[in-house]
Design a protein around this ligand. Sequence first.
Ligand code: AMP
Ligand code: GLY
Length: 422
Amino acid sequence: MKVLLLGSGGREHALAWKLKQSPKLTELLIAPGNAGTADMGTNIDIDPNDFEAVKKVSVDNQIDMLIVGPEEPLVRGIKNFFLNDPQLASIPVIGPGRRGAQLEGSKEFSKDFMFRYGIPTAKYKAVTLDNLEEGLSFLDEMKAPYVLKADGLAAGKGVLIIDSLDQAKADLETMLKGKFGEASKKVVIEEFLDGIECSVFVLTDGSAYVVLPEAKDYKRIGEGDTGLNTGGMGAISPVPFADEDFMKKVHRRIIQPTVTGLQSDEIPYKGFIFIGLIKIGNDPYVIEYNVRMGDPETEVVMPRIKSDLLELFEATAAKNLKNCTIEIDDQTVTTVMMVSGGYPEAYEKGKEMTGFDQVSDGIAFHAGTKLQDGKVVTNGGRVIAMSGMGANMKEALAKSYKNAEVVNYEGKYYRKDIGFDL
Ligand code: AMP
Ligand code: GLY
C-alpha cells in the first residue's frame, strides 16, 4: 500500500516508524514531515491545510490511504473534501469528517454530546457576548478555581484556570472580545475537577473499536509540574493508576457511549478518538476529546503496539474492526521531550544538532527538526522525544535520559522528573 501521512511532529515520526514495520507498506509519503520522518519514507513539502496541494500529491502518487496526524485539517474538513472529489472519493481517510471533528473543534459541541449521552464530565455553561450576564452568574455559583475554555481550536492555549472570581470575570470578557481570536468568541465555563489525569486512545470504524495503550503526559515546562503549559514535555505508558477496575469503568461509562453516541447522531467516524480523562476517587471523567493521537503520547503508545498498525487502519477503512484484536506489549515505554531554550515562549530555530549516532537502545522521535544542507537542525519548540522501553518505568526512563544526554544543540532543555508522581 502507498500511504500519505499528514503532519510534521513527533506523533507523525512515531506513526511513520510503526507503519514502516508493516509488510503491507510499499511506499510512505509524509507531508511535510521532519528530519526523522525522512528516514521512514519520502517527505513532501506541502501544508496539510492546503487541500488542493494534498490532492495533487495524492493523485500524482496514486496513494491508497490518507492518514491525518494533526487536528486542523480534520476540523477544516479534509475528509469531506476527499469524499466530494471524484478523483479522491475512493481513497480511505483515517480521521473523522468535519462533524465528527467537532468533538475537538468545538468545546460546546463536545460538552453537549457528553451530556446527551450521559458521559461523566464537568458541569458547564457556553457563553457568548450575547449571554455574558448568564456567564457571570454561572461563575458566581461556582467555586474556585475557575475554568474558562475557548470554544474553538486555539493551538492548545485556549484554556485558562483562574483562582480569583474577579479575575475570572475579567478574563471571560477579554476572551469573548477576542483574546484567542475567533476561537474564543464563545467560551465554555467549566466546573474544576480535581484529580489525576491520563489519556485513553481508541481507534474506531464508527461501530467497533480497539483500545490502544493508555498514557500520561506531563504538560508543564517546569519540574514538579510547575510553570507554563506546553504541548507536552514527556509521557509514560502504561499508567499504573489506570488499573483493570478503572479501565472497565472507562469502557462502560465512556468509550462505549461515545461510539454509540456518534452512531445515534449519525456521525460516521473512522479514526482515532483521544479521550483526556481525570480520575477522581476511582471514577473517570472526561476532560476533553481530541480527534487524533496525542503528542508526545504517540511516542510511548506506538512502541507498545505489537499488531500491524496498517492492518488495523485497513480494517478501520473497511469497517471491519469487529474482527480485529490489538496485541499490546506489557513493557513500559517513557518519552522525554527535549525542547528549545525559551520554549514555550520565544525560542530560536536552526540550531545544529549532533550526537544522533550515539543514541542506542531507544528511539529519538523527531518533533521539531529539519534537514538543512545535509545537517539536522532544530525547527520548533519541541525538538526530540526520546523514547525508551523497559521492564518498568525506572528502566525505561534510564534509557530515555541516557539518550537525551548524548544529543546536543544550543539551548537544550528537558525535564528530569518525568514520572515523578507515579
Ligand atoms: P484541555 O485543552 O481541555 O485539555 O485543557 C487543558 C488542561 O486544562 C487539561 O489537560 C487539564 O489539565 C486542565 N483542565 C481542563 N478542564 C479542566 C477541568 N474541568 N477541571 C480541571 N482541570 C481542567
Ligand atoms: N499531549 C497532548 C495533546 O496532544 O493534545
